[in-house]
Design a protein around this ligand. Structure first.
Ligand code: SF4
Ligand code: SF4
Length: 141
């Protein structure tokens, strides 16, 4: 894995476009995150794989990261139980958190490879949060 592809977490979330990661190059963003209660000492975040799954926005260890590690795989799509309930979509905070993109991201990584996925993950994220839903045709930017 390259430095960039290593930023794609085992669950399919791209830490390379997470605000906590991006705050390394953006002092205004860092101030904003601190004002929202993110402790200064966890900023900037280096990304899930580089911090052994100790994502600062979750309590304790990440169960998904630990599960992938135990199975000796790189991504959840490689698992015979994929997609398990840890990846199930949830409406809870779906407008501000990326959890509902995990399965789509993982399937895209399986189909296209992680390098290609990393090139288009910003667009996937933008379409998720800002796209207008066309039923039967998916969200459109
Ligand atoms: S580990 Fe968590 S906080 Fe850090 S970059 Fe990844 S998603 Fe963001
Ligand atoms: S059971 Fe498989 S799909 Fe579910 S979190 Fe573990 S590795 Fe990922």
């Amino acid at each position: 894995m390259t430095d960039r592809t290593k930023l794609v977490a085992p669950c399919g979330i791209d830490c390379g476009i997470c605000e906590l990661y991006e705050s390394r190059n953006n002092s205004k963003l860092m101030d904003y995150l601190i004002s929202k209660g993110i402790p200064q000492n966890v900023l900037p975040c280096d990304g899930c794989r580089n911090i052994e799954g100790k994502c600062p926005v979750i309590q304790g260890d990440c169960a998904t990261f630990e599960c992938v590690k135990e199975k000796g795989i790189s991504f959840c799509y490689e698992c015979s139980d994929f997609p398990c309930t840890k990846l199930a979509p949830s409406a809870d905070r779906a407008n501000i958190l990326p959890h509902n993109m995990k399965v789509y991201n993982l399937c895209s990584i399986r189909r296209d490879g992680v390098e290609k996925f990393a090139e288009k993950s910003s667009e996937i994220k933008k379409t998720y949060y800002e796209g207008k839903m066309e039923i039967g045709n998916g969200p459109k930017s």
